[in-house]
Design a protein around this ligand. Structure first.
Ligand code: CA
Length: 504
């Protein structure tokens, strides 16, 4: 299989048995892949465990020295991992991130320009069945694939699924039918559902009208299942002699923050909001919505992070006990961060560091050296990077827009991106909204709305790490340089936001 296959050709090849259907073909392809990716996977193809809680900001890990949060599992994991200290969510909200993760394409190419719900559904906003996801590639390579937790990539359709997140007028949650699961053969998932103590899931064979409703805190329930999958209890979760990829997509520390087990809140006993809030961009003592929100929720948010950390630690222990630690790539990241009152912002979908910066830790013992690296990785890069690391660079479809950073992951050497794109698109208006770039030094954003002049924001993240000042008017030369950088991204993405001649 080469890099130029379309999905149609890919599926045809798979159906004809030429793509990893037989063991012999699979082995031949693997040998080819190893040749193409020296220093990548060799011998037995690696497993992948990809864990990403929802709305966990990059600052909320104890070892970073930023939020005073308790995360012993992540602190230990960080000592064994490559930690990307400048990882961001390119479009820091649920579905756009998730679609970029799955397709390796930016939103204008994968059609997920907004969150999937009944508002965006008429615009065709959902993961396209025709896209070749990284999971499709691994499936064709003979992998077992499991998805546990939040998916949020289907447009709700009428009659809406009856559940608390949906009303007759507005819907978030939707079942993902088997033909839209992109290779995941073990399924225990849902679209959007935020009742963390009474979560809702559709298992592999659950019909749309019969979701399961366990009574257990979501991350703990999902870790229990992930552990069963890793152990392959009763041989019923995956093919024991095949490599596997498992995604665990936890909902906390997403809202509502009060839905967190008391044992995690108790770990912050005696701490006041003043002890926990250390960001000068939060009006922590003030009578503003942001200040009130931070005072009310910061402890529970951190408690949720601690709960997620403990469950992640349990998954890591299961891998170790099963003897799979060495040949499994483990990634821990998030779909976006959380402002929690910073800049008077409630949550995400803005350019501020609390919203954009996400954890990104990757461990592969003996292959990826443990260290911190300030590589400015973008969300669509994750797909080609993982496949490249796993030895499948030849399978990366040409439609993928992200760039493999595997060389930098493995050796620290290689061409580094100059910047990261930032995006927000209003529902149904692909040529409007905010576009920006983030570099090691600056965050720069242009906001475009109907009938209004463009608004410019520029932050110097080195001299003003909490982004308290907008210096766009004082720094016209930097605005010009970063506009040029932004235009490169927009041209690459054929983004209709960019009208020829409008930006100099
Ligand atoms: Ca989210």
């Amino acid at each position: 299989m080469n890099r130029n296959l379309t999905r149609r050709q890919f599926l045809k090849a798979a159906a004809a048995g030429s793509v990893a259907i037989s063991t012999t073909t699979s082995a031949a392809l693997l040998r080819k892949a190893e040749g193409a990716g020296a220093g990548r996977a060799s011998g037995k193809p690696p497993n992948l465990v990809f864990v990403f809680p929802d709305q966990m900001r990059g600052q909320a890990m104890g070892f970073t020295g930023q939020d005073p949060v308790i995360t012993p599992s992540l602190d230990e994991f960080a000592r064994q991992s490559l930690v990307l200290t400048h990882a961001v969510s390119t479009y820091p909200v649920c579905s756009p991130y998730r679609a970029m993760l799955m397709t390796g394409k930016f939103p204008h190419a994968n059609k997920v320009l907004s969150n999937c719900n009944s508002n965006s559904a008429p615009f065709g906003c959902e993961l396209q069945q025709s896209d070749i996801c990284w999971s499709d590639v691994l499936k064709a390579r003979g992998y077992s694939l499991g998805y546990i937790g939040k998916w949020h990539l289907d447009a709700p359709h009428k009659p809406y699924v009856k559940c608390e997140n949906n009303s007759e007028k507005f819907a978030w949650n939707e079942w993902c039918p088997p033909n839209r699961r992109h290779g995941f053969d073990f399924w225990y998932s849902y679209g959007t559902y935020d009742y963390h103590f009474t979560p809702l899931y559709w298992a592999t064979d659950s019909p749309r009208n019969k979701p399961l409703r366990p009574k257990q805190w979501g991350p703990e329930h999902e870790a229990d299942l992930a552990i069963k999958y890793i152990r392959n209890e009763g041989g019923k979760y995956r093919k024991e002699n095949k490599p596997f990829a498992l995604v665990v997509s936890m909902n906390p520390p997403h809202t509502p923050y009060n839905l967190v087990p008391k044992k995690y809140v108790d770990m912050y006993a005696g701490k006041t909001y003043k002890d926990l809030s250390n960001r000068p961009n939060v009006n922590i003592e003030g009578d503003t919505p942001g200040g009130r929100l931070a005072r009310k929720h910061i402890k529970n948010y951190f408690a949720m992070v601690t709960g997620v950390d403990e469950q992640f630690g349990r998954i890591l222990s299961a891998l170790k006990k099963k003897g799979l630690e060495d040949n499994t790539i483990v990634v821990f990241t998030s779909d976006h961060g959380n402002c929690l009152g910073a800049h008077e912002q409630a949550t995400k979908n803005v350019h501020y560091e609390e919203s954009m910066r996400v954890p990104f830790l990757i461990r592969w013992p003996g292959k990826i050296g443990a260290r911190h690296d300030d590589l400015p990785v973008s969300t669509p890069d994750i797909y080609p990077t993982l496949l490249d690391l796993m030895g499948f660079s030849v399978d990366i479809p040409k439609q993928v827009q992200g760039i493999s950073q595997a060389s930098i992951f493995l050796t620290g050497k290689g061409k580094r991106p100059a910047s990261q794109l930032y995006m927000w698109v209003p529902v149904g208006k692909p040529a409007l909204g905010r576009r920006g770039v983030r570099t090691h030094r600056y965050t720069f954003v242009i906001s475009k709305a109907e009938g209004k002049p463009n608004e410019y924001v520029l932050h110097d993240n080195v001299n003003d790490p909490y982004q308290l000042k907008n210096i766009a008017d004082e720094q016209p030369q930097i605005v010009r340089e970063l506009t040029k950088e932004l235009v490169k991204w927009l041209r690459k993405n054929k983004d209709p936001w960019l009208k020829i001649g409008e930006l100099k």
